[in-house]
Design a protein around this ligand. Structure first.
Ligand SMILES: Nc1ncnc2c1ncn2[C@@H]1O[C@H](COP(=O)(O)OP(=O)(O)OP(=O)(O)O)[C@@H](O)[C@H]1O
Ligand SMILES: [Mg+2]
Length: 352
């Protein structure tokens, strides 16, 4: 893998996310120097150069940034799909790009990989729910939000419908248009469509114009007072315990973080098992305790928050059949470069 050409794809103005926030780039120069110290020579280029044929990328390892902005997200998806042509080695792979900020596809992908998980279903509309028995309470998550904003604990069917309706949006323009179609429209006729009638057309258009949000329903794990963010960096595991707010089941969005020098080996084994199935250099996992074991709430293979790495007093790694904690301060650009190289080299047993 090291012999291949190595391409590093950035966003606009050399952006490579992320550091403090989703809009703050890493230092790409520093990352390049860290790769060079590992013996790799990255060719740094923006997505648009690949998309518009200014450079041709074949037989290369392709490592890329992500963007939370919807248009750039789509642009990146297009570019990576284009490059995923069988000659390039895409890191992280295309499926993991689709999983990002898409809790719906995450559920499908977990199912395909056989990652044991919480029971979950994925829908694009409240109408589709009939025929699928829902056990309450259940966790409703809009597919595309983060920071716990689209995550709700729902106790019964009426509340579920209310919450789903709350995710739907009808712009003022559409509402006015619907009013016009309903009340102000002359009777129309289409010779080719003799069944046409204004009222039916209005009802069908109303359904078509409604801006819905895709959502998942995920089995609820009761009575948690914290969850873990486990950040895997190719064999190194950084662990944060995040406490939930009082009277809220969610731990994300709280700033109540503790770095764990001591972590349950079973938690690390669980995280390690998922990490290996996903086949990526980096994986951020939100994990909860469930019965005597653990469960995965969601994951991200790129553009994850990096505070767990840079503020941590160290990381856990495998030491034979046990785990050990190494005290160290980590710099994100170096961890990305060395982690990627460990991954490309086939994940050696000790990242030490
Ligand atoms: N099925 C569940 N049962 C119990 N608690 C859950 C469940 N799913 C999520 N939670 C809690 O809600 C929090 C937010 O859920 P999740 O991580 O899926 O959403 P998010 O909006 O992507 O959050 P973030 O972007 O901050 O990671 C989790 O950290 C966890 O504390
Ligand atoms: Mg989360």
């Amino acid at each position: 893998m090291r012999k291949k050409r190595f391409v590093l794809l950035t966003g606009n103005r050399g952006f490579f996310g992320q550091t403090r926030e989703a809009w703050v780039s890493m230092d790409v120069g520093k990352m390049v120097r860290a790769f060079e110290r590992e013996g790799l020579k990255p060719e740094v280029m923006p997505f648009h150069a690949v998309v518009n044929g200014a450079v041709s990328v074949r037989d290369a390892v392709v490592f890329y940034t992500f963007s939370q902005k919807p248009n750039r997200r789509q642009y990146i998806i297009d570019a990576i799909r284009f490059l995923d042509d069988g000659t390039n080695f895409i890191v992280p792979r295309y499926d993991l790009l689709l999983c990002h900020e898409n809790k719906g596809y995450q559920e499908l992908f977990k199912r395909r990989l056989g990652v044991e998980s919480l029971a979950a279903s994925y829908f694009s509309s409240a109408d589709d729910l009939s025929g699928y028995p829902v056990e309450f309470p259940v966790v409703l998550k809009s597919a595309d939000t983060s920071n716990g904003k689209g995550v709700f604990l729902v106790r019964d069917e009426a509340e579920l419908m209310r919450r789903i309706r709350g995710l739907e949006r009808q712009s003022l323009g559409t509402r006015l248009d619907l009013f016009r179609r309903k009340h102000l429209r002359r009777k129309k006729r289409y010779p080719a469509y003799p069944d046409y009638d204004n009222r039916t057309d209005y009802v069908q258009y109303r359904e078509y114009a409604l801006k819905e949000r895709n959502f998942i329903l995920q089995e609820y794990v009761p009575d948690l007072t914290w969850d873990w963010r486990v950040q895997a960096m190719a064999g190194k595991y950084y662990v944060i315990r995040r406490r939930t707010f009082k009277n809220d089941f969610r731990a994300s969005g709280t700033k109540l973080h503790e770095f764990s020098r001591e972590a349950d080996p079973a938690l690390l084994d669980f995280a390690d098992g998922i990490f290996r199935k996903m086949d990526a250099p980096f994986l951020s996992m939100d994990i909860g305790a469930r019965g005597r074991g653990y469960c995965l709430f969601e994951f991200q293979a790129l553009h994850f928050g990096v505070n767990s790495v840079i503020n941590s007093p160290g990381y856990h790694s495998r030491d034979g059949s046990a785990w050990r904690f190494t005290e160290t301060r980590s710099e994100i650009e170096t961890e990305i470069a060395t982690g990627l190289v460990r991954y490309l080299d086939g994940l050696g047993p000790d990242p030490g």
